[in-house]
Design a protein around this ligand. Structure first.
Ligand code: SAM
Length: 286
């Protein structure tokens, strides 16, 4: 859709752009087709789209995919989408994505498919909750190709020893192989957001890349280690777990982790090793 098309559609249907729903409509045809290319979808793919908006991305998705299941929260956009895609391979659900059980919705379609892929230009105010929902709750989603704020994209795909590597990077990289596919300037949206964007791919692991005895202990440890980035893991963990430093130094050294390191230098494997060690200890609260 061109700027004019979007503006006309909004005016004809007396729809206002709603900031509270993170509405930034994508205008650029090249970016739309690049997203679809990166997603590698075909007639055997079931696509889940979050926030179809006025349908710019949806239009390309329904052409390539077996079926598109789309969630849209804004009631004003529902009739526009229903009219534009009448009779097409699209199931539209008018609801808040965060309230849905995505796997149940997919199963209710009763379709045969080879892969389930989420493709979306995400509402930025809930980027992390959407990612965590898909990663933690769904057993059916295999891949996500999603547009998000560039800053979040850098964090999600950050490697150890970089300034963007944080608890979110570790948590997400435990569940999916992530890649920043390409950066997108703010000028290709209507209205333009205040930040640049990027498209990220997340290929979900069938088995996590590291073995973890307790996910609760692992996630608690990661969060605690990053509590104050500039502090050493010794300082962060001794405060968070209320362990005496002498004892903690022994625990860290047993896991071959130098206590004066900062969390951003620990690899996924080191976090996993330490979490599994903590899991077995009686003097570490869980
Ligand atoms: N896909 C369209 C595009 O690329 O032009 C619109 C993308 S816009 C960034 C985000 C869309 O998500 C909007 O249509 C907005 O109404 C919708 N949305 C916001 N919050 C939502 C939620 N909790 N559940 C479902 N859709 C939501």
């Amino acid at each position: 859709m061109s700027t004019k098309n979007i503006k006309d559609t909004l005016r004809e249907n007396q729809i206002s752009v709603k900031k509270r729903f993170g509405q930034n409509f994508l205008l650029d045809k090249n970016i739309l087709s690049k997203i679809i290319d990166v997603s590698n979808i075909d007639e055997e793919t079931l696509v889940v789209e979050i926030g179809p908006g006025l349908g710019s991305l949806t239009e390309g998705l329904i052409k390539k995919a077996k079926h598109v299941l789309a969630y849209e929260i804004d009631h004003q956009l529902i009739p526009v989408l229903q009219k534009a895609f009448k009779g097409e391979n699209l199931t539209l659900i008018h609801d808040d994505i965060l309230k849905r059980n995505i796997d149940q919705d997919i199963e209710a379609l009763n379709l045969n498919y080879q892969a389930v892929v989420v493709v979306a230009n995400l509402p930025y105010y809930i980027t992390t909750p959407i990612l965590m929902k898909c990663l933690e709750e769904s057993k059916l989603i295999q891949k996500m190709v999603v547009m998000m704020q560039y800053e979040v994209a850098k964090r999600i795909t950050a490697l150890t020893e970089t300034k963007d590597y944080n608890a979110l990077s570790v948590g997400i990289q435990y569940r999916a192989k992530t890649k920043l596919a390409f950066k997108v300037p703010r000028s290709v949206f209507m209205p333009p957001p205040n930040v640049d964007s990027a498209v990220v791919t997340l290929d979900f692991y069938e088995e996590p890349p590291v073995a973890i005895d307790s996910e609760n202990v692992f996630f608690q440890l990661v969060k605690s280690a990053f509590k104050q980035r500039r502090k050493t893991i010794l300082n962060n963990l001794s405060v968070e777990y209320q362990i005496d430093k002498e004892r903690l130094i022994k625990h860290l050294e047993t896991c071959d982790i130098f206590p004066q390191r900062r969390a951003e230098t620990l690899s996924l494997l080191e976090f996993a090793t330490l979490a599994n060690y903590f899991y077995k200890l009686d003097d570490v609260k869980k």
